[in-house]
Structure formats: C-alpha cells, structure tokens
Design a binder for this molecule. Structure first.
Ligand SMILES: Cc1cc2nc3c(=O)[nH]c(=O)nc-3n(C[C@H](O)[C@H](O)[C@H](O)COP(=O)(O)OP(=O)(O)OC[C@H]3O[C@@H](n4cnc5c(N)ncnc54)[C@H](O)[C@@H]3O)c2cc1C
Length: 236
C-alpha cells in the first residue's frame, strides 16, 4: 500500500447521523471500484486510522468516503474536521471489485452504510455505460437511515440495466413515509431476484451479522459459495 497526503474538501450530510467526506485526490492515486482506503488523521493520538470503502468512482476528481458518525474517538475527530484539514490516505486495498465477465449480472446485497462500495461500482458502470445487468437489494432500518437512496432511485429510473429493490426493516420508528417494500432480506426475496438473473455474481456488504446471514440466504436461494463475495469490515 502506498501513503498519500490529502486534505478535506467538504463534508456532506447523507442521512440521519451519516455523512460523506470529500478529500483531495492525489494526482497518481488509482483504484478499482469497490476498493477501500485507510484514512489517517495525523492530529489524533492513539488509534488514528480507519478503513472505509471509496464511494467516489475512479472518474471523479475527489476521494469520497461515507460513514455513520458513531461515538468513537476517530469518528468524533472526523466529524469535527474543518475543511482544509490535513489527512493521510493509505491504499487502495481490497478485492471486493466488480467481476470482468460482463455477460454475468451482478447482485449487490447492502445493509445500511455497507452501500458504499456498490455506489462506487454503480456510478462507474453508469459513466462507462457498461453493458451489464445490476440488481441492488438495499436494506435499511428506516428511510431516514438510507444513504444515497435518491441517487440510486434516479439511476434505476433512468439508467439501463439497473434494478433497485429497497426495503425498510423498522418502519415503526420512522417519521418519513415509505410506500416500498418492508421486512428483512431473506432467502425468499433473494430467490425471486436470482430467479430473474442468469449466473449472477453476488456481493454482500453491511453489518457483520447481516453479511453472515446473507451467505446462508443466498445459498438457500441457489447461489453457489464460489459466486458470493464479501469482505470483513469491523470496528464500525
Ligand atoms: C465490504 C464492506 C464495506 C463497508 N464499507 C463501509 C464504509 O465505507 N463505511 C462504513 O461506515 N461502514 C462500512 N462497512 C461497515 C458496515 O456496513 C457496518 O457494519 C455498518 O456501519 C452497520 O451499521 P448500519 O447502521 O449501517 O446498519 P444497520 O442499520 O444496523 O443495519 C442495516 C440493515 O441491515 C439489516 N440487518 C442487520 N442484521 C441483519 C440480519 N442478520 N439479517 C438480515 N438483515 C439484517 C437491518 O435490519 C437493516 O435493515 C462496510 C462493510 C462491508 C462488509
């Protein structure tokens, strides 16, 4: 991994307690959609590094990460970082990248802010007009928590070859209206989705318990272990 110097350009609110952070992209920084970086905050003592998937696609002129702003020393420091503040970036790393065989569709299963690597892949695919089918099953507790939902709905409405299946699992705690699907992602839903796809490669990102559960659900829905991809992201 190579280390790069960068600066925070701006922060952007995405959902409740959830923000994106846009950083300057070093001139020679190259990565594949779906890869991650380690963000280092030099001013923070102790544990001053944290891994994040890149949300911005390779064609974009900045590096964007997104996260829930939970109450940890790192997240507090990140949340109060002023525009222009120095940061270091290690990376890129990670193998959760899009497969090369465009004839095989991609099924993305995302829980909460685990959506980040898929936003990057979908922006990349839309920009390059990749001739490939994508289906995203996106689970959130409430619409208030659903980062990038408007962008994804827009992409599904106007982009070709992309279908969005969004579901909410805790509407009883929501103050926002939602006319879409409710309930957790399970093998029945994944069976329906996979039934319409031929030899899909499946990608899962979200809370660790969800990733583990989705492996079982995807198996029961007919996906082979060899076609299920994920990566461990702990400490969120
Ligand atoms: C490849 C990968 C990349 C990641 N990238 C990032 C990143 O860039 N930034 C970041 O902050 N975090 C990232 N994460 C971390 C991950 O998404 C966190 O664990 C996340 O913060 C969970 O919190 P949440 O509030 O978003 O999820 P929650 O709101 O707790 O859950 C999201 C959804 O998952 C559902 N769910 C939870 N458990 C189950 C289950 N067992 N079965 C079915 N549904 C379930 C919930 O009902 C809800 O609808 C990544 C994880 C992975 C695996």
């Amino acid at each position: 991994m190579t280390s790069y110097r960068s600066r925070l350009i701006a922060r952007q609110e995405l959902a409740e307690g959830t923000a994106a952070f846009h950083f300057e992209k070093p001139d020679d920084f190259a990565f594949k959609p779906g890869q991650a970086i380690e963000l280092i905050l030099p001013e923070l003592g102790g544990e001053n590094r944290h891994a994040f998937s890149l949300v911005s696609a390779p064609f974009e002129d900045r590096l964007t990460i997104a996260t829930r702003l939970r109450d940890s020393a790192f997240k507090r420091a990140l949340g109060s970082l002023p525009a222009g503040a120095a940061a270091e970036i290690d990376g890129p790393f990670g193998a959760l990248t899009l497969h090369n065989d465009r004839s095989r569709p991609a099924l993305f299963v995302a829980g909460g802010i685990g959506i980040t690597p898929f936003v990057c892949m979908l922006r990349h695919a839309a920009k390059l007009r990749l001739a490939q089918r994508f289906v995203l099953v996106y689970s959130n507790r409430r619409p208030e928590d659903a980062a990038f939902l408007a962008e994804l709905e827009e992409l599904a409405a106007h982009g070709e070859g992309f279908e969005l299946v969004a579901t909410m699992t805790q509407m009883s705690n929501s103050k926002q209206p939602w006319v879409g699907r409710t309930g957790a992602v399970d093998s029945e839903l994944l069976s329906q989705v996979l039934g319409g796809l031929s030899s899909a490669v499946c990608y899962v990102a979200g809370p660790p318990a969800m990733v583990a559960a989705m492996r079982g659900h995807l198996n029961r829905a007919g996906a082979d272990d060899d076609d299920i991809r994920s990566e461990d992201f702990f400490g969120y």
